[in-house]
Every structure is written in C-alpha cells, then in structure tokens.
Design a binder for this molecule. Structure first.
Ligand code: SF4
Length: 190
C-alpha cells in the first residue's frame, strides 16, 4: 500500500532523528569532550602490525607455491575492500579523522555512507569471513611443517602467530580501540 506523501515525510524525518541519536550514543567522546583526531603519521604507524601480518602470511603462502601466494595477496586486497564496504560505511568514524586506521576515509572515497545503527550487526556478520586472512597462513604453515619440516618454516609459523595473534590484538586494544569514538558500539573494542 502506498503511503501518503506527508506520512512518508514524517517517517523519514523520524528515521533521520533516530540515526542521529544512535550516532550520538555510539560516539564515546574522550574526557575532554572530543573524539581523538589521528594524524597521518599515527595512522601509518597504526597499520604497521597488520601490514606485517599480511607480509608474513604472504611469505608462508609463497613457500607453499606461487599460486597460493598470489591467491593470498588477492584475498587480502578483497577482504580489505569488503571490510570497508560492509563494516566501515556503517561506522560513525566513516570519512573522518577520528578513524584510527584511516580505512574510514578510504571507504568514503569508494562507497556511500551506511546506517550507523547497523554497525554492530554488519561487524558480527562479516568479521568471521574476513578473519580467514589470519587463519589461512596458519594452516599453510602447518602444511609446510608436516610435509617439509625445518626450523625456518617453524619460525615463520611462530612469527605469524606472535605478530597476528598477540601483538596485533594488543596493539589494537591499547592504542587504537582505547581512543576510538566507536569503542562502545564495536564488538572488537569489548
Ligand atoms: S574505526 Fe574501524 S570500522 Fe570504523 S571506519 Fe575506522 S577502520 Fe572502519
């Protein structure tokens, strides 16, 4: 059934107000009342642990075979784009200097803003798939170790686990999530 124009207009106005409220609630303002602004230098540094993880993962997969290495690089790129498309566009820090990783600003160049109230739902839905980028190299390294054991392969596995599963989450938790205005709304920040 078609809604009268005046009713549709009122519903749209209410939706906008609701989105505004959700956004206000989801922004965890710092003690001084303003979300933190991240400089370009800080954003570059913030990306070092994840870049290191991708490099180590690529190295492991190339040892399995050139095709595996190339496929892994493609997967990393695709998962970054999907993350921006299905998570960042719903984040309150989309297109702002308050996004600690800078992805929010890149996302704004590629995709339109989404409904902020959907952030948690989209995060929970897509993160398990996108996290495969941290699982695949571990499986690859285990295959290498079982089929061709040497201390170099073992070292690659240990390095990947230390960087990807210990340093990276600690870094995020203590340096990025701590000051992220989306902390209260983000399952990662809990
Ligand atoms: S804070 Fe996280 S989810 Fe939000 S825009 Fe930045 S990278 Fe994306």
């Amino acid at each position: 059934m078609k809604r009268p124009d005046s009713l549709s207009k009122r519903i749209n106005e209410k939706s906008e107000v609701f989105s505004g409220v959700v956004m206000e609630q989801s922004l965890d303002l710092s003690k001084r009342g303003k979300p933190r602004k991240w400089s370009v230098d800080e954003i570059v540094i913030a990306n070092v642990p994840s870049m290191l993880t991708y490099i180590l993962g690529t190295l492991i997969m190339f040892h399995l075979g050139i095709l595996f290495g190339v496929l892994y690089i493609a997967f990393v790129v695709v998962q970054l784009v999907l993350f921006m498309r299905f998570v960042c566009i719903y984040c309150p820090t989309y297109d702002s200097i308050h996004c600690p990783s800078g992805y929010g600003r890149v996302a704004a160049k590629l995709f339109k803003k989404g409904d902020v109230s959907q952030f948690r739902r989209m995060f929970n839905r897509f993160i398990p798939f996108l996290s495969l980028v941290w699982v695949v190299p571990v499986v690859g390294a285990l295959v290498l170790i079982f089929t061709d054991f040497n201390y170099y392969h073992l070292g690659l596995l240990i390095s990947f686990i230390v960087v990807g599963y210990i340093i990276l989450p600690l870094y995020h938790r203590h340096f990025e999530c701590r000051d992220c205005p989306n902390k209260k709304n983000c399952p990662w920040g809990k």
